[in-house]
Write a protein that binds this ligand. Structure first.
Ligand code: NDP
Length: 493
């Protein structure tokens, strides 16, 4: 049983209601969690507020917080396999993928430990010797963190590490489907020396446990990763008390392949771009834009390889990718593919559940390639968040830039060509937060991550990811105070 975590202690829900966590690969119950009520969430917010206003954390030195974050990273290394097992159990990810995710989580804590250690206030030169003017970076306050199910701990770490580095306190609500590793992290934070009340966790649905984190007056900022519609609702709720918001939303990311690209690398990466973690990746290369002259050979080979992708269980060595997160999501993907075909898409691979008897209890869907798509189709505009690739063709560089940008989203994209100047021109023209040239998916904690347009507001990772959790404060000190003579205090007769 996973309990709530409030003020440094495990607590039951005030309603004692529980929720079952289902393994997506076999439909079995793997864990049960307490289901928070609005009162529980308010208690967690109160604990975070007390820890911020009366506790030591916001006033500790940057060096101290850096040491604690370093300790968190060390403990995560020690307990890595426990985390890996829990993450794969909740998400049906291969163990190796969860291991990569854990390595990345550890790097994020180490990165912010280093960054905060070297940050100091900024001197402002005002041209007057008697004035000391400087910018201090203070914690924003009590943060509400809301995270999704696809990279549960990784997404949480992108928020928690900089929030702690800045001196904030927080209440986190992980996805109701994947709470296990976030819960483990609460114990790790306490063991590393984070004071009680700084880190709190509530569990349950977005509507009960999430909404108070976006509209409670004692929350100073809400940082959310998830779908576009939820992001819009959070903006509305947060506007009532003018909270700071950071939103990481969806994407419909173009993967552009020119005829002069290294064909084998482009093909291999096109598969990886969209089918990694069964497409449940916000930056998935779900829109393939391929130059007309290579379209037939490229798409035929891509579809052949997609049909060979091995679905399976997390611990099975042969598995290349796992199940979708839930039955609801599986049904959503089926409808999405049926709609695309009704719009004129041609099914080249997948499009159905696997027939393997061993997979029937899980939420599996075959990697799917839809050819003959164009920008006005719903399947090209809407994010599926599943293993579905749409294929469009283009003839010119100008045309492909227009097509790639013809979306409300702007998270990521890639361009494949051996012409470096062309690659840079296209990269510059794409209205997205991350562009890969002759690559797909790599990211590092040092580089900002986030979206243009409706893919989000603000950035995670990099220095900007820390700045989200800080309020710059200008302190002006006059060492030789004097009179201004602006108001002379004389009575005019
Ligand atoms: P959702 O938006 O459904 O949920 C995300 C989180 O928000 C969950 O914890 C959810 O709770 C909670 N939530 C739901 N409704 C509300 C509400 N009204 N108020 C407050 N919280 C709420 O997204 P998914 O979990 O389905 O994740 C998939 C989406 O996330 C995709 O669209 C994907 O693109 C996006 N994403 C973006 C990333 C990025 O970096 N830009 C990274 C990863 C995902 P619960 O579900 O438990 O009810």
């Amino acid at each position: 049983m996973i309990d709530l975590f409030i003020n440094g202690k495990r607590v039951k829900s005030s309603s004692l209601e529980t929720r079952n966590i289902i393994h997506p690969a076999n439909g079995e119950i793997v864990e049960t969690t307490q289901e928070a009520t609005k009162t529980d969430v308010e208690q967690a917010i109160n604990a975070a507020k007390n820890a911020f206003e009366k506790g030591p954390w916001p006033k500790t030195t940057n060096i101290h917080r850096s040491e604690i974050l370093t300790k968190v990273a060390e403990l995560l290394e020690r307990d890595k396999q426990i985390y890996v097992k829990a993450e794969s159990q909740d998400t049906a990810k291969r163990f190796i993928e969860s291991e990569y995710d854990m390595d990345d989580v550890i790097k994020v804590f180490k990165y912010y430990a280093e960054l905060i250690k070297t940050q100091s206030s900024r001197k402002v030169e005002v041209g007057r010797q008697e004035i000391n003017s400087e910018i201090d970076f203070e914690p924003v306050g009590v943060i509400g963190l809301i995270t999704p199910w696809n990279y549960p701990l990784l997404q949480a770490s992108w928020k928690i590490a900089p929030a702690l580095a800045a001196g904030c306190t927080f209440v986190i609500k992980p996805s109701e489907l994947t709470p296990s590793t976030t819960s483990l992290l609460m114990d790790t934070l306490i063991e590393a020396g984070v004071p009680a009340g700084v880190a709190n966790m509530v569990l349950g649905s977005g509507l009960v446990a999430g909404v108070p984190l976006s509209n409670h007056p004692d929350i100073d900022m809400v940082s959310f990763t998830g779908g576009l519609n939820t992001g819009k609702q959070i903006m509305v709720e947060a506007s009532k008390t003018v909270k700071k918001i950071a939103l990481e939303l969806g994407g419909k990311n173009p993967n552009i392949v020119f005829a002069d690209a290294n064909q084998e690398a482009a093909l291999d990466n096109a598969l990886n771009a969209v089918f990694l973690h069964s497409g449940q990746v916000c930056s998935a290369g779900a829109r393939l834009l391929v130059e007309e002259s290579i379209h037939d050979t490229f798409v035929t080979e891509l579809a052949r390889r997609a049909d060979l992708i091995r679905l399976g269980f997390p611990g099975d060595e042969a598995t290349e990718t796992g199940a979708l997160i839930s039955e609801n999501h599986l049904i959503k993907i089926e409808k999405y593919v049926a709609q695309a075909i009704s719009e004129g898409a041609i099914l080249k691979a997948g499009g159905k559940r696997p027939t393997d008897p061993a997979l029937q209890k899980g939420f599996f869907f075959r990697p799917t390639v839809l050819d003959n798509c164009h920008a006005k189709m719903q399947c090209v505009q809407d994010e599926s968040f599943g293993p579905v690739l749409t294929v469009e063709t283009f003839k010119t560089e100008t045309q492909v830039i227009e097509l790639a940008n013809d979306t409300i989203y702007g998270l990521a994209g890639a361009v494949w060509t051996n012409d470096s100047n062309k690659a840079k021109r296209v990269a510059k023209s794409l209205r997205v937060g991350t562009v890969w040239i002759n690559d797909y998916h790599p990211y590092v904690p040092q580089a900002e991550w986030g979206g243009f347009k409706q893919s989000g507001i603000g950035r995670e990772l990099g220095p900007a990811g820390l700045a989200e959790y800080q309020e710059p404060k200008h302190v002006w000190q006059n060492l030789k105070p004097g009179v201004t003579h602006w108001f002379d205090g004389k009575e005019v007769k």
